[in-house]
Each structure stands twice: as structure tokens, then as C-alpha cells.
Ligand binder design. Structure first.
Ligand code: THU
Length: 495
């Protein structure tokens, strides 16, 4: 099974209730671009984009092909990094710091101390203007051009002949170490340029040095469980490479879509995290409604061919990371809901999810259920023909699996759940978070199959009331707490 998480960078679905605090009252990226004649998105509408609350103006369909909803951002920010981190389970209490007045003297003093280089500029600046205005002086004096933008970035420009590339990258690594805590900018960016005074141009040797996510992410956890992870586009950058098995860098949406399509065709199992950056970088920030609409239409046109390549068990989530309303008169991101479309399961309304974290959590659960379905293949059930697989997730993020094992003396039968518990407990583990169970007589597990009373009792022995039980099959997954499945459980000890 593959799960694709496709982030349409900045495709907001309307202002969040707290948008005013971000200066974004009334922001609505999708509404702004829907006014364009270039806005043609029949396939996203078939999935149910217009069924999402707040997007009814797009046109709801009677039977959407995807589960549909929207999610609220809990992090105190509206940038790409914080948005993706939240999708992957990390909520940021503070936005990444920006420096509209330039970086503090103390920081620059330490920068010079660490690197041996003095700096010029130290202001927010356009990247092309900054080398025009400071390039010559930088080459002459040997000082580096340090500048920022409205984003949380520390950018260092230097002429490639004055500061060799490797040297510039090393300076950036030193700056990256320094830029932590209150100075923890999202990215340190090397901005090399070449040419002669009056004709300086930036080269393709830009390099980004990202801040590591401050907590364990979905990517870390999947990797820990042995599930392959692939980054398409700038995902690897956003997570500073952590938890990423393979990275496919791209230039723009067309390459990103081509890479996603190739992953769909490939014989691969695991998680593919895709970022399509053009919406934000080329159109949202530049207030280009027409360009934004055309880019979404191009994505829409690509979609059916991609979905056709999927195997029946594959899953696709299409969402965003924040807004960037191209029609709101300012170039910044906007504090918006993100749309959520999940294709590959039985379509249901998802409502309004209270945090982006729900998306990553669902993906993690779905992989656990996948392991239960795989364990089910090992079931030994010649007497009942009822085959069950279980996958038990420990507090540490390890997974133990089990399947049922019957016996000619029927009472000697062991259930799948208890065989998973026995495997874990006999390995010395007693801290559990969740169990996925897939059971039934058919080829596909029966989504109604649920743990027997004895297994529930065993769960109560080791697990808290919040321990989660995931039931389902390829198309269906439901999550329950132990308190729900075994209220008033018999227990000699309070847990
Ligand atoms: N079974 C389980 O593995 N788990 C449960 O919670 C319910 C029952 C198995 C035991 C037996 O092999 C078959 O299903 C029919 O009872």
C-alpha cells in the first residue's frame, strides 16, 4: 500500500476564526481564484471539494468520490514549515521568528566571531536587488551580504569567486548552529551570485539549511517502524531531511506531479509526501489570481491520470499547509482553513478537524491497520475459517503483530490480539498505544470485526482507558478507545 499526502502549497479554504489576529480577516484563497476564467476544476469537484463547509460556492456533488472536510491550524503561525510540521504531528506554540528590522547586533557579533566574516545590509531585501545594491561592496570589502524577507529566513549572499561555494555552505552551517531558540529561523539560505558590477546574477547553487522539527514527526515514526518514506519537492528541506528515506527534489509543480505519478507506477510500498510549491511561490505571493487559477486547473487535469495508476488499496490525501490569498492586496500568507480530500476509502464527511495533526495521525493509524491486514495472512484458522491479524503499537513506536492460531481442541485457540500481546510482553514491553485488528472470513477483512471479550480484558490488563483500537480493512477504518469497548472493566488496579 502507498499513501500519498499531496500538499497544494497555500491553497487555503477560507479565513480561520482567529484570522483577524494575523491581519487576515476575510482571506479566502480558493474564493479569490475561483473568480478567474482559468479556474476549471471538474475533477476536484467530483472528489468533493465543493462539498466542504465554506466551499459550497464551488458546487457540491451528490456523491463525492472522496472523504471531504477541512482542518484548523493549531500552531501559532501561517508559514510552510509550521504548517507541514503540524500535518506531521508537531504543533508550534510560536511562529518561527522574523526580523523585519534586521538581525540583532548580538547575533551578528557572534556570527562574525564564528565565521570570521563581517556583514553588510542586514535588512529585509529582494534577492535580486540586494546583489545590485551591495554586490560590489561585498566583493571589494570581503564582507558577506546578510539579508532577510517577510519569511523566517537568514540569507547569505556572496560572489562565487570571492567566497568559494564550499566555504559559503560551511558559513551557513555555522550560522545554522547559531540560529536556535529565539533566533531559530526556519531556514538559513546560501545565495551565491556571479558576474561583474551592474551585471550580477544569482546562480543555481542556492542551498537551504532548515531548522529541525522540535518534536518527533510522522516521518520519524514511520521510519522507526520500517515504513519507507519519500519526499517529493521541498518536503525534505522542511523536515531538515529527518525521517526521509528518499528525496526527489523538483523545480515546480510539473516536476512534482511527474514524480508523484512515477511513484504511483512504481512497485513501492510506503509513504509519499509531496509538496507542490508553485501555487504559493509563483502565484500567491505575487498576487497573481490568473496564474494561481491556471495552476490549480493544471493540477486538476493531471489528477485523473494519477488516480488511475493507483492500486485498490492505495490512499491519497490532498490538502494544503496555509493560505496565500492572491486577491487580498498583500503578498503574505493568510491564516486559513486547509481543505482535506481523502481518496481511496469509503467516502464520508470529515467535518472540521480541530488540527492539521489529525491528518498525520490518520496516516500513522492506516499503516498500523495495514500491518494487521498483513499479519492476517498468517492466520491459522482451519476450523472456523475466520482469520484475524493484529498489529500492536508500543509506547516506543515499535509494532508487534499477531494472528489467530486455532487448535483441534477448540478451546486451545489463541486470538490474534492476544498473540500480539504475548509477543510484546514476552519481549519485555508493557507500554502500549494502539492496536489495529483486521478479521473476517472473506478475502477482505470485515470492518465490523471487533475484539472478543477475553481480548478486551487482556487489553485492560496492560493499557489505559485511552488505548486505541483500530478496526477495518482497505476501505474503512474506525478508531475506538478501550473505555468505549470495555466500560467498567474489571481491574484489580487503577490505571
Ligand atoms: N478471534 C480472534 O483472533 N480475535 C478476536 O478477538 C475474536 C476471535 C479468532 C479466534 C478464532 O480462531 C476465530 O477468530 C473464530 O472465533
Amino acid at each position: 500500500m502507498k499513501i500519498f499526502l499531496i500538499v497544494l502549497d497555500s491553497l487555503g479554504a477560507g479565513a480561520l476564526p482567529d484570522a483577524a489576529a494575523f491581519g487576515d480577516t476575510g482571506a479566502h484563497t480558493l474564493k479569490s481564484i475561483a473568480k478567474s476564467k482559468k479556474f476549471q476544476i471538474p475533477n476536484l469537484l467530483k472528489l468533493g471539494l465543493g462539498n466542504i463547509e465554506g466551499l459550497e460556492f464551488l458546487g457540491a456533488v451528490p456523491r463525492p468520490l472522496a472523504s471531504y472536510g477541512r482542518a484548523m491550524e493549531r500552531s501559532m503561525g501561517k508559514d510552510t514549515t509550521v504548517g507541514h510540521w503540524e500535518l506531521a504531528g508537531v504543533v508550534s506554540q510560536k511562529p518561527l521568528p522574523t526580523f523585519p528590522e534586521g538581525f540583532p547586533e548580538e547575533l551578528l557579533r557572534r556570527f562574525t566571531q564564528e565565521t570570521g566574516y563581517e556583514v553588510l545590509c542586514n535588512k529585509p531585501y529582494s534577492g535580486t536587488e540586494v546583489i545590485k545594491d551591495y554586490g560590489e561592496e561585498s566583493v571589494r570589502s570581503g564582507k558577506l551580504i546578510v539579508y532577510t524577507s517577510a519569511d523566517s529566513v537568514f540569507q547569505i549572499a556572496a560572489h562565487e569567486e570571492a567566497v568559494p561555494l564550499e566555504e559559503l555552505y560551511e558559513i551557513c552551517r555555522k550560522a545554522r548552529k547559531l540560529l536556535a531558540g529565539d533566533w531559530g529561523v526556519g531556514r538559513v539560505i546560501a545565495r551565491p551570485f556571479i558576474g561583474t558590477p551592474g551585471n550580477y546574477t544569482r546562480t543555481a547553487n542556492r542551498r537551504d539549511f532548515s531548522l529541525e522539527p522540535p518534536g518527533e514527526t510522522l516521518l520519524d515514526r514511520l521510519t522507526h517502524r520500517g515504513i519507507s518514506t519519500v519526499s517529493v519537492g521541498k518536503i525534505a528541506d522542511i523536515f531538515a531531511g529527518r525521517g526521509i528515506g528518499r528525496s526527489v527534489p523538483t523545480h515546480g509543480n510539473a516536476e512534482g506531479m511527474a514524480a508523484a505519478l512515477q511513484m504511483a507506477e512504481e512497485d513501492f510500498e510506503g509513504f509519499v509526501f509531496v509538496n507542490l510549491v508553485d501555487f504559493d511561490m509563483l502565484y500567491g505571493h505575487r498576487q497573481d489570481v490568473e496564474g494561481y487559477a491556471a495552476a490549480l486547473s493544471a493540477f486538476d487535469a493531471w489528477l485523473p491520470g494519477f488516480l488511475q495508476k493507483l492500486q485498490p488499496e492505495d490512499q491519497v490525501i490532498i490538502t494544503a499547509d496555509h493560505g496565500c490569498d492572491p486577491g487580498d492586496g498583500h503578498t503574505d500568507h493568510t491564516r486559513e482553513y486547509i481543505p482535506v480530500l481523502h481518496y481511496g476509502g469509503e467516502p464520508v464527511p470529515l467535518g472540521t478537524l480541530p488540527s492539521f495533526t489529525a491528518i498525520g495521525a490518520w496516516i500513522e493509524d492506516r499503516f498500523l491497520l495495514e500491518e494487521a491486514m498483513k499479519a492476517r495472512k498468517n492466520a491459522y484458522a482451519p476450523y472456523s475459517g475466520y482469520r484475524v491479524g493484529a498489529a500492536l503499537l508500543t509506547g516506543e513506536g515499535r509494532v508487534f503483530t499477531g494472528s489467530n492460531m486455532e487448535n483441534a481442541s477448540y478451546g486451545a485457540t489463541v486470538c490474534a490480539e492476544r498473540s500480539a500481546f504475548a509477543a510484546a510482553v514476552s519481549s519485555g514491553v508493557r507500554d502500549f498505544r494502539a492496536i489495529a485488528v483486521a478479521g473476517g472470513r472473506g478475502e477482505k477483512a470485515d470492518p465490523q470485526a471487533s475484539p472478543c471479550g477475553i481480548c478486551r480484558q487482556v487489553m485492560a490488563e496492560f493499557c489505559s482507558k485511552e488505548f486505541r483500537i483500530l478496526l477495518g480493512n482497505e476501505k474503512n477504518m474506525k478508531s475506538y478507545t478501550l473505555a468505549e469497548l470495555l466500560p467498567l472493566s474489571f481491574d484489580l488496579e487503577e490505571k
